[in-house]
Design a protein around this ligand. Structure first.
Ligand SMILES: NCc1[nH]cc(CCC(=O)O)c1CC(=O)O
Length: 325
């Protein structure tokens, strides 16, 4: 009888829900015992103490804290939102599995059940993500985009209190914590492409842990191919530009078997300029499809989008590393 698998989790509602979900999968699909181990960070403490903390800005800290606990052998598995982890590899840690993902789209939670298009010009819409800001600006609705900090509950609270008219969030986060009923609009990826990896979970373990071979059973191959392609787009574009990036891939059944389709956009921070492209290939070549697509985007000027193109007030944006949050 082997020891329980220790799954590391952060204290937030979203994090414990995600880790709990993975713990259930390990119990049910691997038949192993699981123990949830809370990994506290300075970020969690300062938030508990009431200090405003950018969830997006703190993400690097949270990912790092879980990974530290993993490498130190305090936990055996770390669960993250895939979109929050960097594209480059981390020594000693392997992305063991990516389970079936939630609906990856962004959503609106607005006052009075409104959609973005129904909000009057000048309405205050909260988001701290440059990717969302640029794509929302590009819609030309005349919205006043303002930075928003804090966890999902805090963000929606700003709509309920009347401070903001709406906030834009990942549907997946709301789905996981059971608050989909508060969504007033699901944004079509034709207008707003999600962050690479949005809606997917990353299950990490130590690269030398035999557990790695077991965890692979939790992987959904179609999700893995899609997020591998999206992250290849991001990794390639990151090398050539700092513009906000959206990317979304899916695997569909074609005439000759499975096909992988990828759409991506890179925008100037104010959304005035963008390079938008799509590509397709096989799921087995996911990284190649994403890399080539990004290469074509760079050839089409995606590397020259970094400057601001008009001088309106911009919300306080989060650090560059989370520009796609
Ligand atoms: N940027 C923070 C973050 N990281 C993961 C999610 C939601 C869950 C997911 O996308 O998988 C969120 C909140 C949001 O963007 O609304």
């Amino acid at each position: 009888m082997s020891a329980p698998i220790r799954v590391g989790t952060r204290a937030s509602v979203l994090a414990t829900t995600q880790s709990g979900h993975v713990a259930d999968m390990i119990r049910e699909q691997l038949g192993r015992e699981v123990e949830l181990v809370e990994v506290r960070t300075d970020g969690d403490r300062s938030q508990a103490a009431g200090t405003p903390l950018a969830e997006a800005g703190g993400v690097g800290v949270f990912v790092a804290a879980l990974r530290d606990a993993l490498v130190a052998g305090e936990v055996d598995v770390a669960v993250h939102s895939l979109k929050d982890i960097p594209t480059y590899p981390t020594p000693g840690i392997t992305l063991a599995a990516v389970p079936v993902r939630e609906d990856p789209r962004d959503v609106v939670v607005a006052r009075d059940g409104l959609t973005l298009g129904e909000l009057p010009v000048g309405s205050r819409v909260g988001t701290g993500s440059p990717r969302r800001v640029a794509q929302l600006e590009a819609l030309g609705l005349g919205l006043d985009l303002v930075g928003v900090r804090g966890n999902v509950d805090t963000r929606i609270g700003k709509v309920r209190s009347g401070e903001y008219d709406a906030v834009v969030l990942a549907r997946a986060g709301l789905a996981r914590i059971g608050r989909l009923d508060e969504v007033t609009e699901v944004l079509d990826p034709l207008q707003v492409l999600p962050a690479p990896g949005q809606g997917a979970l990353a299950i990490e373990c130590r690269s030398d842990d035999p557990l790695l071979a077991e965890l692979v059973a939790l992987e959904d191959p179609a999700t893995r191919a899609a997020v591998d392609a999206e992250r290849a787009v991001l990794a390639t574009l990151e090398g050539g530009c700092t513009a906000p990036i959206g990317a979304l891939a899916d695997v569909v059944e074609g005439e000759d078997g499975e096909e992988l389709w990828v759409r991506a956009v890179a925008l100037s921070p104010d959304g005035a300029l963008s390079v938008r492209m799509s590509a397709s290939g096989t799921p087995a070549d996911a990284v190649g499809v994403g890399t080539r697509l990004a290469g074509e985007m760079l050839a089409d000027g995606a590397g020259d989008l970094d400057q601001q193109h008009d001088q309106q007030d911009q919300p306080q944006l989060e650090p560059e590393q989370v520009r796609n949050a």
